[in-house]
Write a protein that binds this ligand. Structure first.
Ligand code: NDP
Length: 519
């Protein structure tokens, strides 16, 4: 493992959920894995008044409850806590007042001396997006962060999602970032890129020679990407109503996954080369024009009902009745899109994407469905066509990969059944994959931008989404209601079934019927 240089990490929005659930626990795990530099400091920043000691207590509680290695059950490792505790500080201030940032700068200078952080500063903006721009501008105005081309001391800024709500606001936010910092100092985060399975997509494709020759429209029938949630939007409907499933999930997480599945092999495994290839994918996507939106995209809203999320029953009065949702809102809690990437590799082959809330299962997976064998050998003698091969890349839960192949059922007759070759991370490597935020914070300390999104990437992704959103504004077709706990609205089934295909159902994997064939 490369080692990170000494640094101070400042978390803006330190009183918030993300900080407590993920960021502070990630710092603990990095310390446990001995990846944090010995000379390190953590400074929480938010409007809420707190002393250093109160914030330390907050951090300890967040670690005890949420750290991956403790799972809320094991006791905190006191030796790690002792090391961390004396390096944790708090600074209360406003996000839109430069004076507060001047105070932060003074605190950083003191901490730099007491903790030997060598002037290296990493700022993590974990606030609601309405204050991203004031924070970035004030970092510059106060001198907390300065533009630099050199690597030492460094000033880097991690920016949480959403990066804009459309192309225009993303361009504006990019301009604000680049008015203060260089692109190599800006780390736009998408925590999906920190997940092991997403990173493994590149290893799977480019470190195994069996895939490249067949990774194109000639051998692949289509690709499906599903990111489904069982949780509904009832508790945060006020926020969600200004966003919707397409902006919340497709523009960032799902497009990132799609780009890794579809991109050409990069010339090197470095940030520039990989991000160049991802941008080319976005730029090759056939635009869905405003007047084509109902042909290529489907939106839905969950209706009232009772459903089970796999652990407990949940009752909802439906999205339209949730607190904070505007009357007659057309914000979608489900979105499905058919995308074509018009390049030599994927010409004419669809990528079906779907995501939504209050669905049947919580999962993120990519299904690469290969074409059926062209021979009539089996078709002639079997009661049904043999199953096409699927490569199922499971991103969450149970990270791993399934290859679905056809096998002969043992016995004197020729019976065929689809079987899965499984690879699960946990059992293959006897190790739990780290939390995405651990990897991403560490990468930022190392100055590695590979798993962060470049400015042109985010704008190119919005260029695909903007016409869809505009088309929906004018469409006469409102979101279709769907039963909570189902797989979404009927129109999303039609989107794929009218093409003679079906959505892959994870729970049916390996449970396909046996196909009887005559010898
Ligand atoms: P919170 O709503 O918990 O906000 C974080 C902190 O920001 C709050 O504690 C508050 O601190 C301050 N804040 C809240 N509202 C405002 C406001 N209107 N204006 C200025 N400051 C405000 O957000 P999360 O911690 O859940 O998320 C932070 C960021 O991370 C968001 O951009 C979110 O989209 C993103 N994100 C969150 C995930 C999660 O799991 N929570 C997952 C992925 C991304 P104070 O009042 O003390 O200043």
């Amino acid at each position: 493992m490369p080692s990170a240089a000494p640094c101070a990490l400042v978390i803006f929005g330190a009183s918030g959920d993300l900080s407590k659930l993920k960021l502070v626990p990630a710092v603990y795990e990095l310390a446990r894995e001995k990846l944090l530099p010995p000379d390190f400091a953590l400074i929480g920043y938010a409007r809420t008044a707190m002393t250093d000691d109160e914030y330390r207590k907050d951090c300890r509680k967040a670690i005890e409850e949420n750290a991956r290695s403790l799972k809320g059950k094991k006791p905190i490792d006191e030796s790690i806590w002792k090391y961390l505790e004396q390096r944790i500080f708090y600074c209360a201030g406003q996000y839109d007042q430069v004076e507060s940032f001047t105070t932060l700068n003074q605190k950083l200078t003191q901490v730099d001396k007491s903790c030997n952080t060598a002037g290296n500063r990493l700022f993590y903006i974990s606030t609601p997006p309405n204050v991203f721009e004031p924070i970035i501008s004030n970092l510059g105005k106060s001198g907390c962060a300065v533009r630099h081309a050199n690597k030492s001391p460094y000033h880097r800024v991690i920016i949480e999602k959403p990066f804009g709500k459309d192309g225009a606001s993303a361009r504006q936010l990019n301009a604000t970032c680049l008015a203060t910092l260089g692109e190599e100092q800006v780390y736009r985060i998408d925590h999906y890129l920190g997940k092991e399975t997403v990173q493994n997509l590149m290893v799977l494709r480019f470190a195994n020679s069996i895939f490249e020759p067949i990774w194109n429209y000639k051998y692949i029938d289509h690709v499906q990407i599903t990111v489904s949630e069982t949780v509904n939007a009832d508790d945060r409907a006020g926020y969600y109503d200004n966003s919707g499933a397409t902006r919340d999930m497709i523009q960032n997480h799902i497009f990132q996954i799609m780009a890794l599945v579809a991109m050409e092999p990069p010339s090197a495994l470095d940030a520039q080369a990989i991000r160049d290839e991802k941008v080319k994918v976005y730029r090759s996507i056939r635009p869905i024009r405003q007047n084509q939106v109902d042909q290529f995209a489907v939106r839905g809203q969950y209706d009232a009902g009772r459903y089970n999320d796999g652990k407990k029953d949940i009752e909802t009065s439906g999205y339209l009745k949730a607190k904070g949702v505007k009357e007659g809102s057309r914000t979608e809690t489900f979105s499905a899109i058919k995308v074509f990437i018009d390049n030599w590799r994927w010409s004419g082959m669809p990528f079906y994407i779907r995501t939504g809330k209050a669905l049947n299962k919580k999962l993120s997976e990519v299904v690469v469905r290969f074409r059926s064998p062209p021979t009539t050998l089996f078709q002639k003698q079997c009661e049904a066509p043999v199953f096409p091969n699927d490569l199922v890349i499971k991103i969450a839960p149970d990270e791993g990969i399934d290859w679905r192949l056809n096998g002969k059922v043992p016995g004197g007759t020729l019976n065929i059944q689809s079987v899965a070759l499984d690879f699960f991370y946990k059992s293959a490597f006897h190790k739990e994959p780290p939390e995405a935020y651990e990897r991403l914070i560490f990468d930022c300390m190392l100055g590695d931008q590979t798993l962060f999104i470049r400015g042109d990437e985010v704008e190119a992704a919005w260029n695909i989404i903007d016409p869809i959103e505009l088309g929906w504004l004018e469409s006469k077709l409102p979101p279709q209601q769907y039963v909570p706990g189902s797989w979404g609205p009927q129109r999303s089934m039609d989107l794929i079934e009218l093409d003679g295909r079906r959505w892959f159902q994870t729970d049916q994997a390996g449970a396909d019927p046996i196909i009887a064939c005559s010898l």
